[in-house]
Design a protein around this ligand. Sequence first.
Ligand code: DGL
Length: 305
Amino acid sequence: MTRPSSAPIGVFDSGIGGLTVLRALLAELPRERFRYLGDTARLPYGTKTGETVVRYSLQAAEALLDLGVKCLVVACNTASAVGLEAIRDRVRPLPVIGVIEPGAEAACLATRSGHIAVMGTERTVSGGAYQQAILKRRPDARIDALPAQLFVALAEEGLSEGAIAESVARHYLGALFEGHGAESGESVPDTIVLGCTHFPVLTSAIRAVVGPRVRIVDSAETTARVVRAELAANGLASSSGAQALGAAQVPGAAQASSVAEASSTAEPSSAVQFIATDGAERFARVGSRFLGRPIRPDEVQLIDL
Ligand code: DGL
């Protein structure tokens, strides 16, 4: 099974966090069209067992496959950490790009001292995928891995700034970044990698705890560059497509009674088609902040996986 270069790119996450990756993809690949699937009915993935995350991820991948996508971006660190190989096996030969390797790359490019803090969901951190990806690039790295599951709920609630977010950031980071103090001589990470696509919206709360000198990186832009390279390597880069419409300007997808119907009738005129498994209004309201531009509820189609 191969797909034409004019086909859209499939992107998925457990919820709206992957919209931070979609934002970078839209900037990097303005000629491409996207299908974004947020499995909002079953979020969070980060507290589930690996088996469940793999099962959910395969269902999401298959739904996007049914929409005719030419490649898949797994814009969820948790799904990338435990499900990437299973997804690759299922959709072969379509390219599948996860966010862990690009995130590790971003962290290794940013760090000077080699001391890196990885923040992610419980499942991502306990599986060790980020730690391995960093050590592969930088064997002398020192890594502090910090599960920060509550950040997902804050981000989904739209509570990503202010006193509550800062207090949770202090709960997770205070001991490491505020407990040492320069005088103790103890090494403090010079870089934090946000190993969950929900976390970039919490950057200012994290910054308030760790101070101005620590580099805070995420996988979005590096992932977008990897996707560009993969498309080129596979002859899948679109030569026409969304650019004429303007990727940032989204006229709005036609409402369809089902995704199958939407894919088999006229193509939506927008660069992005949003699909969720629950809560179109909430997806649009909170997701707008992640994407950096308004999403209308009627742009979001609901499906069952
Ligand atoms: N946004 C996802 C990630 O990058 C998962 C959040 C969750 O569902 O727990 O890991």
